[in-house]
Design a protein around this ligand. Structure first.
Ligand SMILES: [Zn+2]
Length: 135
């Protein structure tokens, strides 16, 4: 690992599950150079299932991976401008991720997820803001 990645790497170690991006940093000052995503890194703990959002609806490795893949894709296409600091039911990035997760749930025969902490607005979950997909 290069020195420029170190701060990013250690910041990310505190979460069990999540997707973060790497950005170009000046090797001397460690300041972010242009803010564009160089790569994403997703950390999974696929043994850690459960939580209030999943009560009565279950979750599988696939639903978890698909959710995080949506975040990776949004980073890759620079579509995280509307991501809010607080990851909650109003965060457009999380609404997009749950929307795609629900497509995986259809395949897996599971009920749809309707919460991200709090209940997501059903209209937004049906048609998320900035829901850019590959052509
Ligand atoms: Zn998410």
């Amino acid at each position: 690992m290069s020195q420029s990645e170190t701060a990013f790497y250690w910041a990310f170690q505190v979460v069990k599950l999540g997707t973060a991006r790497g950005m170009k940093r000046d090797p001397k000052t460690k300041e972010i150079v242009d803010g564009k995503t160089l790569y994403t890194r997703t950390q999974f703990d696929l043994d850690d299932k459960g939580g209030d959002d999943f009560k009565g609806i279950g979750e599988t490795d696939m639903t978890t991976v698909v959710h995080e893949t949506r975040h990776q894709y949004d980073h890759d296409i620079d579509n995280m401008g509307d991501n809010s600091e607080d990851n909650n039911q109003n965060d457009p990035a999380e609404i997009r991720a749950v929307h795609l997760e629900n497509k995986a749930r259809d395949i897996e025969g599971l009920k749809h997820r309707t919460k991200y902490g709090g209940k997501i607005d059903p209209k937004k979950l049906q048609n998320p803001p900035n829901n850019k997909m590959p052509e």
